[in-house]
Design a protein. Structure first.
Length: 173
């Protein structure tokens, strides 16, 4: 059974590897941390790792959790855990990134800007390719999703890049 945070959500175990002075693989750090509620109150996030560039530099000894990052990281990548609260939904948004979302617990509903919805359950994987979308938790339990976001150029529609529409741009996050 997982350890629980003060909010009752499972802590996230993070194990970071690296190399010792002889070039051998070691565990550099291990921790268990809670997700933290975002200002809109619909979900809790925990940053796992970021890179300032893609491809990543494994010689950079910076703890990737401690880089400043918004919803995405310009020029780089971000990995985070999101706990979407029961009955809640995110604002509609689009980012210039390629996102991989892996549902770890619960069920999430993906809604696109045309109103089409798709439910994704535990073990399901979403490949989000710069489209306008929102997330909704239709259930009565927390939905935990592990996300990896990699910067991508804006999608070109008729040769014109579609603009990003981030929740923080509309004052919701």
């Amino acid at each position: 059974m997982s350890e629980l945070s003060d909010s009752g959500l499972p802590l996230v175990q993070r194990v970071v590897t690296g190399h010792d002075a002889n070039g051998r693989a070691i565990v550099k750090s291990e921790d268990r941390s809670p997700t933290r509620m975002i200002p809109s109150g619909d979900a809790a996030f925990l940053q796992i790792w970021t890179t300032p560039a893609v491809p990543a530099d494994n010689n950079d000894e910076t703890d990737g959790r401690h880089r400043e990052v918004g919803l995405t990281l310009m020029g780089g990548s971000a990995a985070r855990v999101v706990d979407m609260l029961p009955g809640q939904q995110s604002p509609m948004h689009r980012t210039n990134s390629l996102d991989f979302g892996i549902v770890v617990e619960g069920e999430i509903e993906l809604e696109l800007d045309d109103g089409v919805t798709t439910r994704v359950g535990k073990g399901g994987i979403i490949v989000q390719r710069g489209t306008n979308h929102l997330w909704r938790n239709p259930g009565d339990t927390v939905c935990r999703i592990a996300f990896v976001l990699i910067e991508a150029p804006a999608y070109l529609h008729g040769g014109v890049p579609l603009p990003e529409h981030k929740p923080e741009d509309v004052g919701t996050h």
